[in-house]
Write a protein that binds this ligand. Structure first.
Ligand SMILES: [Zn+2]
Length: 212
């Protein structure tokens, strides 16, 4: 009796590698979309990538995870701005092989970079910008933030709970996409930001922020 052919492994999230797993577009090589994806996401099923036409795109749940990580670090920096370790001396590499020792204020630098990157990403989007300022930076609850956004923007159709949280998700996604696209001083992974940067000649030819 001939041996039966081996049964294929049942399809599951864990077998995606054998099933044609693709790294989604628009995400740096050192950021793992699979690890960041929400297991309960209805769009990607926890894979971190969604099919769009012939490509695999990064899912919104990955962008939101990146944004939350940066926001947590920002709040931590704000709370500990004057604590010990606020000023550090670091070795800065140079393209010509030289290096220098500079005093850096990483917490202040991260806070400023995060806020400025977000404001640049949300320029021209007044609703998302106001939501970011009141809900994320000022830390207001949604009920308070809704009234502040409506009174500042004087919208013809004021935001309510549903439209407010849709704006929250849009703002998170737009900011995170710009954070991942910025080079060479990328805010995420935040541990790499605080570890310092070594620039190559190729890095120095990049623009500071590439907006897609
Ligand atoms: Zn997802």
């Amino acid at each position: 009796m001939a041996a039966l052919p081996p049964r294929p492994h049942p399809a599951s999230v864990r077998t995606l590698d054998a099933d044609g797993w693709r790294v989604p577009l628009g995400i740096p090589a050192d950021v793992d979309a699979f690890a960041l994806a929400s297991p309960l996401c209805r769009r990607c099923g926890g894979r971190g990538a969604v099919r769009k036409y012939r490509d695999w795109r990064t899912c919104a749940c990955v962008h939101r995870a990146v944004f939350r990580a940066c926001l947590d670090t920002y709040r931590h920096c704000q709370a500990n701005m004057t604590g010990s370790g606020g000023c550090a001396f670091e070795l800065v590499g140079h393209a010509q092989g030289k290096c220098a020792i500079t005093a850096s204020f990483k917490r202040a630098e991260f806070s400023a970079d995060f806020v400025m990157t977000a404001r640049r990403a949300l320029a021209g989007r007044p609703i998302e910008r106001a939501v970011f300022e009141f809900h994320f930076l000022a830390g207001e609850e949604w009920k308070v933030a809704v009234s502040h956004v409506n009174s500042r923007l004087r919208l013809a159709r004021p935001l309510y709970r549903g439209s407010f949280f849709h704006a929250v998700y849009r703002a998170q996604e737009m900011v995170a996409r710009n954070i991942l696209a910025s080079a060479p001083y990328r805010l995420y992974p935040t541990s790499a930001y605080f570890a310092g940067f070594f620039l190559s000649a190729a890095d120095l030819t990049l623009t500071r922020l590439r907006i897609h």
